[in-house]
Design a protein around this ligand. Structure first.
Ligand SMILES: [Zn+2]
Length: 281
């Protein structure tokens, strides 16, 4: 293969996105691109349209180059749906496997951040990203990770268990729902105040038994949405409450200080020990 002294950046981008200009500033590279599409399929009815509706600039972050932040400014098109019966009037073109729908990052950048966060943690990954020239934050990384669980809810049976867990301890909490028979998670909901659980239960009226913690939020949500459902306090939380009650009782009943009187110590010399051993023999 012939050796070169330059790299053609275009080879790193899909053919339909043509590089027009590259601007390099301190800490940032801006790549201006033009979309070369002439038609696009409607996301609703699937009909292909060649009728441009509008041109707009789409700003997307890509993988950094030598620790410089890379921003793509794409001159993109919107198309009119040519199907008169379709409820969608206009839609944006797609760049499948390069930029997701409404994405502000390329798929490859998002994949990199996701892998980094899974191997470290959100705040650690954000700090490493900053060093590499990627602009992001711990909250954005949480959103990227959450996309992994934004899958259609799995059908579940009549018995479920609900509990809360922390995305960021002390800051962001969610609710996980598990099927009581298969023991597998079926959905993850935002918050732990019971509001999202109420919505979920309203769509899953087959539920007859719910195991839950001892806090009031879930109990209220279940009582209000499925009053006939049996509520069961789960063993883990019962044991937790029980041990806390014992600790409280001990704190209350036992004085803070218990004085142990000095015991008189007897000095035994080696001769006495030897005599004792002889007696034993
Ligand atoms: Zn359509």
């Amino acid at each position: 293969m012939k050796e070169k002294s330059t790299i053609n950046l275009q080879t790193f981008y899909p053919e339909i996105l043509q590089i027009i200009k590259i601007k390099e500033e301190k800490g940032q590279i801006t790549i201006r691109m033009k979309s070369k599409t002439h038609s696009e399929h409607c996301p609703k009815c699937g009909k292909e349209s060649e009728r441009y509706h509008a041109v707009y600039t789409r700003t997307v972050q890509d993988l950094p180059i030598y620790q410089k932040n890379v921003i793509l400014k794409i001159k993109a098109y919107k198309y009119d749906c040519e199907n008169e019966k379709c409820e969608v009037k206009s839609y944006s073109e797609k760049y499948d496997e390069f930029i997701g729908k409404c994405g502000r990052m390329t798929d490859r950048l998002e994949n990199f951040i996701r892998t980094l966060a899974l191997e470290t943690n959100c705040e650690g990954a954000a700090a490493i990203c900053k060093e590499l020239g990627i602009r992001t934050s711990g909250d954005t990384i949480i959103r990227i990770l959450r996309k992994m669980v934004d899958v259609p809810a799995v059908e579940c049976g009549e018995v479920i268990g609900v509990d809360d867990f922390a995305y960021r301890k002390g800051k962001t909490y969610c609710t996980v729902i598990c099927d009581g028979i298969t023991k597998k998670p079926v959905d993850i909901l935002e918050g732990r105040d019971g509001a999202t659980l109420k919505e979920w239960l309203a769509k899953n009226k087959q539920v007859k038994k719910v195991t839950r913690d001892r806090a009031g939020a879930y109990a209220k949500a279940i009582r209000e949405t499925l009053p006939e459902a049996m509520q069961i306090a789960d063993r883990f939380h019962l044991q937790q409450n029980f041990s806390e009650a014992i600790k409280e009782a001990l704190k209350r009943e036992i004085p803070k200080k218990i004085v142990i009187p000095d015991m008189p110590t007897e000095v035994i010399d080696e001769e006495q020990i030897e005599q004792g051993e002889k007696k034993l023999k």
